[in-house]
Design a protein. Structure first.
Length: 217
């Protein structure tokens, strides 16, 4: 699997979940002590910053839920998701679809935001690490659902049509910040976390929804 910020986010998330688990033990060190030790074992280099170890409120709640083995209550989950959903930003120009060819490149690219990458270099999404997407690509992960024929299965014949608006906006929101739909999802917040630009997300949208994309053939 390609080494990307995505992998680093998963690793950091697992580490934080581990912290939450051992910090809950009465005989163990406090959460603050473990977090300080964890931060002390990392050093900033290039685009890789220590702020990746900081949790927002939703991540903290999800980590505590995972460590306790108790799923979030429906009311808590819905409240968290609604807060994020209500803040989802949509393209100011009203255009959601870019170039699927560029979207395929982004999906294949596992570089960007690693300590060895140049600061300011374009990031990839490494989508194939978790999803089946284009039928031409035979190497893909299965941590996420298959996205093969994503637009076809959802009845999208023209992404710009009024009939497709709900699916198009849902797809945009899911890529921008998946927590708006699944509070404790392991999928990266591509837009919200600044991994991809709006222009890049439009290209990934095209890969998934454009009838000309190999995904929908």
């Amino acid at each position: 699997m390609k080494k990307t910020k995505i992998a680093q986010v998963f690793i950091a998330g697992a580490a934080i979940a581990f912290i939450a688990t051992i910090a809950g033990c009465s005989s163990g060190p406090s959460r603050e002590e473990v977090l300080a030790t964890l931060k002390g074992s990392f050093a900033e280099r290039g685009p890789a910053k220590l702020d990746r170890l900081e949790q927002n409120e939703l991540q903290r709640v999800c980590s505590e839920s995972a460590s306790s083995g108790k799923p979030l209550s429906e009311s808590t989950r819905n409240a968290l998701q609604k807060t994020i959903y209500d803040k989802l930003p949509y393209p100011a120009d009203g255009k959601y679809i870019g170039d699927w060819r560029e979207g395929e490149k982004i999906a294949q690219n596992g570089r960007g935001l690693q300590f060895t990458d140049a600061v300011g270099s374009a990031n990839g999404a490494n989508c194939y690490a978790c999803h089946q997407i284009s039928p031409q690509e035979i190497s893909f992960g299965n941590q996420g659902p298959s996205l093969l024929k994503y637009g076809v299965l959802r009845g999208v014949k023209d992404p710009a049509s009024a009939e497709s608006e709900s699916i198009v906006k849902y797809t945009w929101g899911r890529i921008w910040n998946t927590h708006a739909f699944n509070a404790c999802s392991g999928m990266p917040r591509f837009g919200d976390a600044g991994i991809l630009t709006q222009a890049q997300i439009k290209d990934v949208m095209a890969l998934l929804l454009d009838p000309a994309s190999p995904v929908n053939k």
